[in-house]
Write a protein that binds this ligand. Sequence first.
Ligand code: NAD
Ligand code: ZN
Length: 363
Amino acid sequence: MIWRVQLGGTFCPSDILGGWGALSALSDHATRVGGRGSRIFLVSDRTVWALWKDEILGSFGAGTGMPAVHLVTPGEASKTVATVAECWNWLASEGARRDDVVVAVGGGVVGDLAGFAAATYLRGLGFWQVPTTLLAQVDSSVGGKVGINLPGGKNLVGAFYQPEVVVADQRLLDTLPAPEFASGLGEVVKYALLSGEPLLEKLERDTTAVMSRTPSAVSRLVEECVRLKAEVVQQDERDVGRRAILNLGHTVGHALERAAGFGRLSHGAAVGLGLLVTLSVSESICGLAPTVLPRVRVLLTRFALPTTIADIDAGEVLAAVGSDKKTDATGLGFVCLRELGDPVWGVRLEEAVLATHLEVVLT
Ligand code: NAD
Ligand code: ZN
């Protein structure tokens, strides 16, 4: 069953197609592009390419010539100025033109990197995404944020550049290692809290099917998350207002990720812990019912995500929160929940108050 979500961007609408087998939709798009004489430039990482090369190339069909392919080393270390320069030079050496299309085939790293190369080379080529991780399917491929890291911090350089086409085939998730799948589920839990009781209940009901990656369950879940993210992004494409709600759990999550030391917590695991702290804060200052936090704790456990973390210093977490780019001089701009499905952003929070709530996850 193929689903479709359309996101009306300012410069370019995003046509998001998903479902088990959605890759088949690529051939029509490729034929359209090939028909006008444009070429396809694929960017992927070596792991994804080794696993899915034949499927991906096959799905472009006969409508275009053989796409040019550029591979990067898997992992966050590939989101650098040097790697994006390699992409630019590759596009130059291949003679890419403005009506050609860069297609990112991979997780959030490849999507952010290839998207930034596409946004900047010749001031913008065509850009499509084929997300291959759960995180990329529910989050990074939707909404048009692309970019790279600097030694001074993550995602410091970037652009808003909506992909014209996103093809999110859940079959690609079959080969995803369990920790990567769980990491994506951390974001899914965030969406359930933002969406409200029906999605949270559904997630609780479907845990077993989701964990065993049952096609219909995973596909429906990704669709719900994409619909929600697209709806939020559409209202605030440039991230100056309501889009902030997508950071639920992230201020603390990022800080835990940093304080724990690189690689100890996956992004989704850190977001899950951040959500627990956020729910505790929300109970005390926004009147959130105390029944939500225990439900989320159970859900995270069933999704193989941690609910506590040992050997982290609360002071270090607070320092990391303080240096997060989403804070400003007047205090912490925090996203809280008044009730399920009712987030509030820009909440000012004293550091001392946050310190007490960190105890929910620090052991
Ligand atoms: P990733 O791209 O590094 O992928 C994780 C690992 O999974 C890699 O080793 C990759 O090779 C492997 N992999 C990918 N697909 C696979 C598959 N189908 N089978 C087997 N292995 C596969 O990480 P990610 O979690 O997808 O993305 C994280 C990045 O996304 C971060 O850089 C983050 O900043 C970015 N991000 C961007 C946005 C946005 O809005 N642009 C939102 C959230 C996160
Ligand atoms: Zn996130």
